[in-house]
Design a protein around this ligand. Sequence first.
Ligand code: HEM
Length: 395
Amino acid sequence: MTQAEAGAEFSLFDDGTMGANPYPAFAALRANAPVMKIGTAGLWAVSRYDDVLRVLRDPATFSSEVSIDVLAGEPARPSMIFNDPPVHTRLRGLLARAFTPRMVELQRPAVQAYCDDLVAALLAQEEADIVAGLAYPLPVMVIANMLGVGDGDLATFKRWSDAIIQNVGVLLMMGDDGSLDGINREFDRYFKARLDKLRAEPEDNLLSGLVHAETDDGTLGEEDLLLICRLLLVAGNETTTGLIVNSVRVFSEFPHVVTELRARPELLESAIEEVLRYYAPFAATFRRATRDVEIGGVTIPRNDRVIPLMASANRDEQQFQRPDEFIIDRDPNRHVAFGMGIHYCLGAPLARMEGEIALRTLLPQIRGLQISREPDAAALLRPGGPDTLFVRFER
Ligand code: HEM
């Protein structure tokens, strides 16, 4: 196959025909055009495991400051995911200080209680929507809990969360059209009041930990704190929804996985790693070349944007044996679903815990499950997956 033919099979931003099963197209790319220009807008897809790692591990050459403002010569707005050192180092250091293993562990009883309620409600239905019933509410409730958002405020919090998540890509690529101004004002007003309260009366949650964190130059400023609240909403919700949705897809496609996990629950942790590899929720990210750079025999010009395809890297036959098979106890399993290098996912332990508790609650109560309505294929590659995923359980 020529590069042009591989390109014809692959267009990342098309109408979604890739969604249902992009993996044959990724394999064609790895074999024939591992670093390939997409369209005319200066975008390059990188599909091999080693090349994806090289991009993620070299922030000086492959910058996370990708927004349209930066291309126009303006400084990147502080946001952590879309910043390089030193801004990134400072923000990540601050958040990591509060996002400790203890803080994650503190969520366990709440996560278990949410899962008990949500799973019971799902199993009471003949046909249930896994997204609305579990995969979507669970991560939102957990973040809300970590930020100390009260139960009565949860619906508003979800509305903000949806609006911010849905607009983040547009904001980044097309610039700020002001569409989020109203939501941002509401969000800031609410959290400013929360921050004032926490300053006076500390609580045992992540946000309170951040409010009282001592830094070299005193405590954290209000702007930093608001930014971290927004970041947690964006980074932690859709992706974790995707992990739960993708686990369900695997259970429906490979019924023996459910049988085996029921017989050997100790395999659940490695099964979750395999779900992350097999169907990576965060399929790809963005970087910007800071200079003309050669990779895979191709020169990417300065300021072109690079798309490391983690979902493709996770199926690279040079890295994984039998990459298109779901192997419950795959070992080693060095997938890149949580990224790599300085931006490696800070929430990985929390996401793993949420996935593990959700599945450990569901699996003993079912003998199997089947997806009962064709999901929206175009949405399967989005971080949170489709808006609905209906299943029937075998009890
Ligand atoms: C299965 C679920 C998740 C997946 C697959 C995932 C994936 C990722 C990936 C691939 C990155 C790196 C992006 C890049 O390099 O451009 C990342 C970064 C990040 N994630 Fe996650 N994530 C998940 C859940 C979470 C959760 C639950 C949280 C927090 C509540 C979280 C917080 C973050 C943060 C703060 C960053 C930015 C780190 C930095 O820029 O230094 N993630 N995540």
